[in-house]
Design a protein around this ligand. Structure first.
Ligand code: FO1
Length: 344
């Protein structure tokens, strides 16, 4: 089975770990968000691509959801000792190596998609990770604060300001010149199912959908999305601040309408959002907290089952829960209860 998934950062990567578990024999292509990318200290940093690569490759700092585990910050401290700015972005020593290799290859003329393939050769994420574009397209945010009204890089708004200053506009700078990276449209065309993980609907999924041709290519496919909003709030991150910035309510209904039809054909919502509805979309309510990999795999399996039903296909073998539900003997999932509330 060929599956395509659009992914942002932490929530998307954790969902993809479940998707890989739920469909081990499928060919999964991940179209990664590069709007968060930033140039720092002469290096090109691709936070969402690295979060997917490290999470699926086993190198992620699990608590943070970004950056490497077993990390140290000697280079960051030395840069600070020289008074080099910015000091609000925490790059670790191991992580620096990724940005050095990436920048070296970009400077040698390799496109970001080739660089990403080379980095993934080491990490073996078990999916094909393609950046949404090889062109420069960065998310910038217009804010007004004591320094007046100005555009700042998304990372400064997200990390230094913690989105505490309202974003008056969120702009993907370079969107009109950016083309889908090689392989992106081909992967979508060949897909049996497309899954939208519970990534940030504005600055991750929404960003990818702004790249010329991607939304149109997806509209002719069977697409199932997983709501990133549960009971009116994002599980993690600041999707609410991003949705407010574009005048969209922070609800599972509003995000479904933001994606809209004909893009989305199926939509998974949490049980407390069971009333969500939109003409032309099959909505299914189920637990959506990714407590751990098995929980993420259950959600991914439910998304694939729904996609298969909508496409009229066979899909992956249904999970025991799905078989019980189909047989009408649906049993309440025992409240997982154990494990820490997963972040998204
Ligand atoms: O909140 C933070 N997020 C940090 N992030 C997360 C990043 O801002 C987000 O993952 C995405 O850009 C938004 O999804 C990093 C990600 C990287 O790949 C590399 C370094 C960082 C550093 C930080 C940081 O200092 N603080």
């Amino acid at each position: 089975m060929r599956i395509v998934s659009l992914a942002g950062g932490i929530g998307g990567a954790r969902f993809l770990r479940g998707l890989r578990t739920a469909a081990p024999d499928s060919e999964i292509t991940v179209i990664g968000n590069t709007g968060d990318d930033i140039s720092l200290y002469g290096l090109r940093v691709c936070p969402d691509l690295d979060t997917v690569m490290y999470t699926l490759g086993g190198g992620i700092n699990e608590e943070q959801g970004w950056g490497r585990r077993e990390e140290s910050h000697v280079v960051k401290e030395e840069l600070a000792a020289y008074g080099v700015e910015p000091q609000w972005f925490g790059l670790g020593d191991r992580d620096f190596a990724t940005h050095i290799v990436r920048t070296q290859m970009l400077d040698a003329g390799y496109p970001l998609s080739a660089v990403t393939e080379a980095l993934c050769a080491r990490w073996q994420p078990g999916v094909r990770l393609i950046p949404m574009t090889d062109d420069r397209a960065e998310t910038h945010v217009v804010v007004s604060d004591e320094r007046g009204r100005r555009a700042i890089h998304f990372q400064e708004w997200w990390v230094r300001l913690r989105a505490s200053v309202p974003a008056e506009q969120i702009i993907l700078v370079g969107a009109d010149q950016a083309a889908p990276a090689p392989g992106v449209l081909e992967a979508v065309a060949a897909a049996d199912a497309v899954i939208l993980p519970p990534s940030n609907p504005v600055v991750s999924i929404g960003t990818i959908l702004q790249i010329k041709g991607i939304r149109e290519a997806l509209e002719s496919k069977t697409v199932v999305g997983v709501s990133p909003i549960i009971g009116g709030a994002p599980v993690r991150g600041m999707a609410d601040a991003c949705l407010t910035a574009i005048g969209v309510e922070t609800t599972a209904q509003a995000v479904l309408e933001l994606y809209g039809t004909p893009l989305v054909n199926g939509w998974l919502v949490a049980e407390e959002d069971a009333g969500v509805a939109l003409d032309g979309v099959e909505v299914q309510a189920r637990p959506l907290i990714m407590h751990d990999v098995p929980a993420a795999a259950d959600i991914a399996r439910a998304a694939l089952d729904l996609a298969a039903r909508l496409a009229g296909g066979a899909g992956v073998p249904a999970s025991p829960d799905a078989q019980r539900e189909a047989a009408g003997t649906g049993t309440e999932r025992e409240a997982a209860g154990t494990g820490t509330e997963d972040a998204r």
